[in-house]
Design a protein around this ligand. Structure first.
Ligand code: C2E
Ligand code: CA
Ligand code: CA
Length: 677
């Protein structure tokens, strides 16, 4: 720039007098001159700027662009545009600059003169932007700004709150990472097409949060263009409409309900059954599907009119609802067909109970619009998981079984499989016969001796029930106790057993055999019976039996259902002098620790542990340990099912207190028992 250096003072003063900055750089972009205004604008002394490369006064981003511009364009023509320079303190200064190349005598590029104007307009815009951004920052709607490639440049706090991303985790990421799988890639491409062409797009978008959950938002995406009408940014503004969607789904729920009866419809039922089947594998209970068709409904509908028909369907719906528990589902499949899903039931027996209840309730006549009507159902039943774990197959099974019920003369129920039908029939027979047995003194008590292992002395008896069936002979409790439990007959049966046992014990006493303890089994239904204590007390009063001679045997499972209630019942029993023993110990929860909390007197080690002694090492170890630990808890130990001398020897060595089993005597009728002694 040799010649230009010899500038007149006039020019110098002129330049220094300018409000605009003047900046001269050589061909290497090093500063050869700046005026005071320029230095002031950037907060430097003139001397500080001299010889420094102009790019030092720009952010890296700007300098990259400008290097290019200076080199490519400045040599050819004058150029003007906005630029952000860096103030000495680090903040940006918006300026508008004009460039003119300088050529030497050989017309070679020698440097650039740059006029720099503080761009107050731009600054104003910047201020506006800040204002705007604080509005955006506090906005209740989410805001995302991306560049033209879809790379996120800005997100507001609402966005962070809704998505769980921190701003710096999402910035510079492609917006695509927010797409949830329910928003298809092809849909996104569609949106993209609209906005890159410069148009705004609005619609519902399912957005994936950082943790993978999704939420629905109503989005509008607008492209932002520069002066050249090129799209440079996209601004997306969205509203979280999850709650709105929830409301919508509630409305959809209405579509799940049968409008006439208010029952679940086919769609909802489908949903429920899938749900139940999904969980059933983890459950030890069964589910049952009942398909129910009203017998001769068409005839009623045709002869009495649709109003009566509708009223009847509503009435049936109500009655069906009354037959099931809260967790079960009753649905109308259409016409006069209903389905019922029973969950957590106890096998065929549980399903039978409900089916019979339905038949019983439906067989009562009802009055509808001045007509007396009896409408009976035919019911088909299928069981899960036994029959299938597939909803379609189950529905088909139940439907088939329902047709079988129709062909069997209607007004009855049929299971899908013959085996289940047989089981249900047997169940029903037993129940009916047991009812009669209770009236006809077919219930008998057998006594089995319990002896001291130390000296073989008779220390107790266990009273065991037998059913002296007129055709089938003596039935063991395994053949009828479960039915008695399920039908509630156990209450009456249990009462009879206890009363007879007490009477017979008194008979033995009168014959000179006073047995210290008589053990009687108590089932869980009896244990939960609120009248239990009253009943026992009444028996004592009638028979003169001394409570101190009674021991009640209960099982572990019965205690686990409701431990607090169990403890309180046990305490009341103990208070009147009754002893308590835990039956079948080892087959259930077998936690000795909970036994500490219970007011009990003895443990009965289950027969299955004794059977394989002395051959099974595990059984030996378990039994020995149970005896030792029970003794620590001051509990007596009774070994069940003692059949051999070897078993007795083992028990003796391990200080077991009492033995019961064929080795000492089978269960016997009173007369035999007396002879045996
Ligand atoms: P449990 O209470 O464990 O009764 C012991 C069962 O083992 C009895 O069967 C008895 O006959 C049998 N048993 C005794 N010693 C031996 C032996 O050395 N070897 C073998 N193989 N078996 C032996 P039972 O009388 O058929 O009773 C079966 C179950 O029925 C009883 O098991 C009990 O849970 C229930 N039960 C019996 N009587 C009643 C009752 O009056 N009320 C209630 N709720 N349940 C009863
Ligand atoms: Ca027992
Ligand atoms: Ca037992």
């Amino acid at each position: 720039m040799g010649k230009k250096k010899q500038t007149h003072d006039f020019y110098h003063q002129l330049i220094e007098g300018l409000h605009e900055g003047v900046w001269l750089v050589d061909k290497h972009h090093n500063t050869t001159f700046v005026n005071q205004a320029m230095a002031d604008l950037l907060g430097y002394e003139v001397a500080d700027m001299l010889h420094k490369n102009i790019f030092k006064f720009m952010s890296e981003k700007e300098s990259t662009v400008w290097k290019h511009l200076l080199i490519q364009y400045a040599k050819i023509k004058s150029y003007s545009r906005g630029l952000e320079l860096l103030h000495k303190e680090g903040h940006g200064i918006y300026v508008r600059i004009s460039l003119s190349p300088v050529f030497d005598e050989q017309d070679e590029y020698d440097g650039t003169v740059i006029g720099v104007v503080d761009d107050t307009d731009l600054r104003h815009q910047d201020h506006q932007l800040k204002l705007l951004s604080s509005a955006v920052e506090q906005s209740a709607t989410l805001v995302v700004i991306t560049n033209e490639m879809g790379m996120v440049q800005y997100v507001n706090p609402k966005f962070c709150e809704l998505t769980g991303y921190a701003a710096d985790e999402i910035i510079d990421q492609n917006i695509k990472i927010l797409r949830s799988s329910s928003f298809k890639a092809s849909e996104l491409a569609e949106v993209w097409k609209v906005i890159v062409s410069g148009n705004a797009w609005q619609g519902e978008v399912s957005t994936k949060k950082k943790n993978g959950e999704t939420f629905s938002s109503l989005m509008s995406i607008s492209p932002i263009k520069n002066e050249q009408n090129e799209v440079i940014n996209f601004v997306a503004v969205g509203e979280d409409i999850t709650r709105l969607k929830d409301a919508q789904s509630r409305i959809e729920q209405l579509a799940y309900v049968d409008s006439l009866t208010g029952l679940a419809n086919r769609v909802l039922f489908r949903d429920r059954i899938e749900q139940v089947l999904k969980n059933i594998k983890r459950s030890r209970f069964d589910a049952a599907l009942l398909y129910l068709d009203l017998d001769q409904f068409k005839r009623i509908n045709d002869s009495l009119g649709h109003d009566v028909g509708d009223a009847l369907l509503m009435n049936v719906a109500d009655r069906l609802r009354d037959c099931v528990r809260h967790q079960d589902t009753v649905a109308r499949m259409g016409g006069d067909e209903f389905v019922i899903l029973l969950t957590n039931i106890d096998g065929v027996a549980g399903a039978t109970l409900v089916a019979r209840k339905i038949l019983q309730i439906m067989n009562k006549p009802i009055r509808l619009l001045s007509h007396e009507i009896i409408i009976t159902p035919s019911i088909g039943i299928t069981m899960a998981p036994a029959d299938s774990l597939n909803a379609d197959i189950l529905l088909k099974n139940a439907d088939l079984a329902m047709y079988r019920a129709k062909s069997q003369g209607r007004n009855n129920y049929q299971f899908f499989t013959d085996e289940m039908n047989a089981k249900a029939t047997r169940h029903l027979e037993i129940e009916n016969e047991l009812r009669m047995a209770l009236d006809k003194d077919q219930i008998e008590i057998y006594f089995q001796p319990q002896v001291s292992i130390k000296n073989r002395e008779l220390v107790g008896v266990e009273a065991l029930v037998r059913w002296n069936h007129p055709e089938r002979g003596i039935l063991s409790p395994d053949q009828f106790i479960q039915v008695a439990e399920e039908t509630g007959l156990i209450i009456t049966l249990g009462w009879k057993i206890l009363k007879q046992s007490c009477i017979q014990w008194c008979t033995m006493k009168s014959k000179g055999l006073e047995i210290p303890k008589m053990a009687v089994n108590l089932s869980s239904r009896q244990f939960r019976d609120p009248n239990l204590l009253e009943m026992i007390q009444a028996i004592f009063d009638r028979t003169g039996f001394n409570p101190l001679n009674l021991e009640l045997e209960i099982t572990e499972s019965l205690l686990m259902d409701d431990m607090e209630h169990a403890i309180s019942v046990l305490k009341q029993l103990k208070d009147i002098g009754i002893s308590i023993s835990i039956d079948d110990f080892g087959t259930g929860y077998s936690s000795l620790s909970y036994l500490k909390r219970l007011p009990i007197d003895s443990l009965k080690v289950d027969r299955s542990f004794i059977t394989d002694i002395p051959n099974d090492k595990d059984d030996i170890a378990i039994t020995a340990a149970v005896i030792a630990m029970a003794h620590k808890l001051r509990l007596k130990v009774v070994a069940e099912g003692v059949e051999t001398q070897a078993q007795l020897d083992f028990l003796q060595k391990n200080h077991c207190d009492i033995g019961q089993g064929y080795l000492f005597g089978k269960p016997m009728k009173l007369g035999d028992f007396l002879k045996h002694q």
